[in-house]
Ligand binder design. Structure first.
Ligand code: ZN
Length: 75
């Protein structure tokens, strides 16, 4: 289960989350996944788009259509 390091687009803090292929719709790439920044100071959801190797291509502040799962950040 790959670990991904990135930043939250709402608060710009560093985030870490785990993602696997079953978390996304693999019929098209980049594929959206919802990321919940799981800290009291933020708690917001954004949309991250990942490629077939589950690498983040880009991200959006809003919850965009097409995702199948919400992942809570580890930090
Ligand atoms: Zn945040």
């Amino acid at each position: 289960m790959p670990l991904r390091f990135n930043t939250c687009p709402h608060c710009n803090e560093r985030i870490v989350f785990k993602i696997e292929k079953t978390d996304i719709d693999t019929s098209q790439y980049p594929s959206p996944i919802y990321i919940l920044h799981n800290v009291d100071t933020c708690g917001k959801i954004s949309t991250f788009y990942v490629d077939s190797l589950l690498r983040v291509s880009y991200k959006e502040l809003e919850k965009k259509p097409g995702g199948i799962k919400t992942i809570k950040t580890i930090h």
